[in-house]
Ligand binder design. Structure first.
Ligand SMILES: [Zn+2]
Length: 560
C-alpha cells in the first residue's frame, strides 16, 4: 500500500464485512451455498481489534488488517476502537422522512389492535389539546375495523361529532376525518379526484369520513394548521439522528410533496450537516403533461450539501387495503380493477420521456396487474443505461418476477409490510381482500433474488418503523422479530443473513444504477459498526443489536 495521506479517523474493530462480490458470491444462489468469507473472526479479546478502516476527507484511504492501516495514523488521527463488526452503512431504499413531519403528527396508533384502543389513544391526545384544536392521529391499522367498513364513527365516539379530527391509516393512502373536519373542508357528499381518489359516501350519499388517496385527503389536510419551520427543522434533525443511530447513512426519499422541502433542508443544513444523506424523488402524477415532466427533469439539478433531487416517483396504483391496488381480477369486495392512470400508455409516455432524459424512475406498483403492466412498460424502454425500479411488489406471479430479472428492473421491497400487516393464517385485511392464491404470492423476496433481479430493502417509514436491523431480521424470519409466537408468512421466501444485509447496503445503490454499499479504498467512507456480526448471529440477536458507530461520508453521525 502506498501511504500518501494521513487519516483523520481510523476505526478499529474485531471484524469486518466489505460486501464484496467474493463475499456475496457471484449470484445469490451461490451466496446461499457458500458461507460468507469473513475478513476477521470476531473475538472478545481487546487485542483482537484487527480489522480497521482509515478515513481522510470523507474517503476510505485504508482498509483491512490493523497492520495494513496502522501506518496511516498520524499524531492528530482520531482512533476509535470498538468490539464489533464493521459493515457498509445502511441505505433505506424507500422512506418518507419529510412527509412524516406532517403525517406522523398527534397520536401514534400503530400499536392499537382494537377500536376501543384507538378511541382511548385519541382521547388522551385530545386531552393535551385546546378544545378548538385539531386532534390528529397516524398509523391506524385497518384491521381494527372488524367488519371492514372504514368510517369516522370511532372519532365521534372518542371525541364527539363536533371535534376537528383527522387520522391517517398506516399506509398513508387513506384517512378518516370527523364530520366537523369534513364540514370545514366543504365536503357534503361523494366526490372523485384524479388518481382514483374518492370521498367515500354511504348509500344515502352521506360521507362516511373515509378519504381515499391524496386528492380527497388533501381537501381536509389543507385546513390543518402547519407547524412553524423551526419546529419542522428540529423534528427532521431529530428523526434523521434517530435513523443514523440505526446505522442508516442514506435514504431514498420517495416524495417531494412538501412545498417547503428546499427551505426546510436549507434551514436544517445551516445548523449542521444532515445526520443522513437524502436522495429525493419528486412525483410524476397522472395529471402531469410533457411540460410538467420536463420540469421534473430540470429539478434533478437541485441539491444541498447532503441532499439532492434524484429520480422521479410514479404510482401505477394504490393499496390492497384501500381497494385501489390494480389487480388482474377484482378483490373479495369487487374492487381493485383500475389504475391510478387513465391507461398504461399515458404512464408509458412519461416514463419514456424520463428514460430519454437520463432520469431513473421508481414506480409504486402493488397489485399483480399494475406490477405486470409497469414491468412490461419498463422492459420495452430503449436502453439508455438508466436504471429503473418498482416499489413494493406486494403480490405477483413468478413470471413477472422473472421478467424483472431478465429486463434488469430493480425490486424495492419492504419486508415489514408483510410481517407487520399480514398474518400467516390469512385472517388479515390484506389477505382477505386478495384471497388465498394471491396471498400465497406475498412479498416474494426469495423469488426476486432467484430471478437474478436487484433487490433493495426499505422501511416506507412512517408506514412502518425504520429500524433497519429489525427489518433485516424480519426479512430472514418472515415474521415480526419481536413476536416469537407469530407464525412465519411464506418462510420459503426468507432471505439469508448476507442477502438481507446486501438489501440494505449494495441493493439500494444498484437499484438507482450507482456504485455504493461496499467498503473499498477510494470509496466514500460510509460504514457502521454493530456490536454483533450480522452474518453469523441469529436474526433475533440482530434485531436487538446495538449500532456502535455510524460514519456517513467521513462524518461521524452516531456514536453509542
Ligand atoms: Zn412509500
Amino acid at each position: 500500500m502506498i501511504v500518501s495521506r494521513t487519516a483523520d479517523l481510523i476505526v478499529r474493530a474485531s471484524g469486518m464485512h466489505r460486501m464484496t462480490d467474493e463475499e456475496l458470491g457471484a449470484s445469490s444462489a451461490q451466496a446461499r451455498r457458500a458461507p460468507i468469507a469473513e475478513a476477521h473472526e470476531p473475538s472478545p479479546e481487546a487485542d483482537s481489534l484487527r480489522a480497521a478502516v482509515a478515513v481522510s476527507e470523507g474517503e476510505i484511504i485504508g482498509l483491512g488488517d490493523w497492520t495494513d492501516v496502522e501506518a496511516l495514523a498520524g499524531p492528530d488521527t482520531e482512533v476509535v476502537a470498538l468490539q464489533g463488526t464493521i459493515v457498509p452503512a445502511f441505505t433505506d431504499a424507500h422512506a418518507h422522512p419529510i412527509m412524516s413531519l406532517s403525517l406522523a403528527r398527534g397520536a401514534a396508533l400503530k400499536e392499537c389492535a382494537t377500536l376501543d384502543e384507538v378511541a382511548e389513544a385519541l382521547r388522551a391526545e385530545a386531552a393535551e389539546r385546546g378544545a378548538d384544536e385539531w386532534v390528529l392521529g397516524w398509523g391506524l391499522d385497518p384491521n381494527v375495523f372488524v367488519d371492514g367498513a372504514i368510517t369516522n364513527d370511532v372519532l365521534h365516539e372518542a371525541l364527539g361529532p363536533d371535534r376537528l379530527a383527522y387520522v391517517t391509516l398506516f399506509d398513508a393512502h387513506s384517512a378518516i376525518a370527523s364530520d366537523a373536519a369534513l364540514a370545514i373542508a366543504g365536503i357534503t357528499g361523494p366526490r372523485a379526484y384524479p388518481g382514483h381518489s374518492f370521498v367515500v359516501a354511504d348509500d344515502a350519499g352521506k360521507p362516511t369520513g373515509h378519504l381515499l388517496e391524496m386528492g380527497a385527503m388533501n381537501e381536509v389536510q389543507a385546513h390543518i394548521p402547519e407547524q412553524a419551520l423551526e419546529e419542522r427543522v428540529a423534528g427532521l434533525r431529530e428523526l434523521l439522528s434517530a435513523m443514523a443511530a440505526k446505522g442508516i447513512a442514506e435514504i431514498h426519499v420517495m416524495d417531494m410533496n412538501d412545498p417547503e422541502t428546499v427551505a426546510l433542508l436549507t434551514a436544517a443544513e445551516e445548523e449542521a450537516p444532515l445526520p443522513v444523506k437524502l436522495r429525493i424523488s419528486p412525483w410524476c402524477t397522472p395529471t402531469m403533461d410533457a411540460a410538467d415532466c420536463a420540469e421534473l427533469v430540470e429539478k434533478q439539478r437541485l441539491h444541498g450539501r447532503r441532499w439532492r433531487v434524484g429520480g422521479v416517483k410514479f404510482f401505477i396504483d394504490g393499496t390492497v387495503e384501500g381497494g385501489t391496488a390494480w389487480l388482474e381480477t377484482p378483490d373479495s369486495r369487487g374492487e381493485g380493477t383500475t389504475s391510478a392512470w387513465e391507461g398504461i400508455d399515458a404512464y408509458a409516455a412519461r416514463v419514456s420521456q424520463l428514460n430519454s432524459a437520463g432520469v431513473p424512475t421508481a414506480t409504486h406498483a402493488i397489485g399483480e396487474r399494475g406490477i405486470r403492466e409497469v414491468a412490461e412498460t419498463l422492459a420495452a424502454l430503449p436502453d439508455t443505461g438508466v436504471q429503473h425500479r418498482i416499489e413494493h411488489i406486494e403480490s405477483v406471479g413468478r413470471d413477472v418476477i422473472d421478467l424483472l430479472g431478465r429486463a434488469g428492473i430493480a425490486a424495492s421491497m419492504q419486508p415489514t409490510h408483510c410481517t407487520h400487516y399480514t398474518r400467516a393464517d390469512g385472517s388479515d385485511d390484506w389477505s382477505q381482500r386478495l384471497g388465498e392464491d394471491r396471498a400465497r404470492r406475498a412479498w416474494c423476496t426469495r423469488d426476486v433474488l432467484d430471478a437474478g433481479a436487484i433487490l433493495a430493502l426499505g422501511s416506507d417509514y412512517p408506514v412502518a418503523p425504520f429500524d433497519a436491523l429489525k427489518i433485516m431480521a424480519d426479512a430472514q424470519l418472515r415474521r415480526p422479530v419481536d413476536d416469537a409466537a407469530a407464525a412465519p408468512i411464506l418462510p420459503e421466501q426468507g432471505l439469508t443473513a448476507a442477502e438481507a444485509l446486501a438489501g440494505y447496503t449494495r441493493g439500494p445503490w444498484a437499484a438507482i444504477g450507482e456504485r455504493g454499499g461496499f467498503l473499498a479504498v477510494g470509496e466514500p467512507a460510509a460504514f457502521t459498526v454493530l456490536d454483533v456480526d450480522p452474518l453469523t448471529v441469529a436474526p433475533e440477536v440482530l434485531g436487538d443489536a446495538t449500532v456502535l458507530l455510524t460514519v456517513s461520508d467521513g462524518l461521524v453521525t452516531h456514536s453509542a
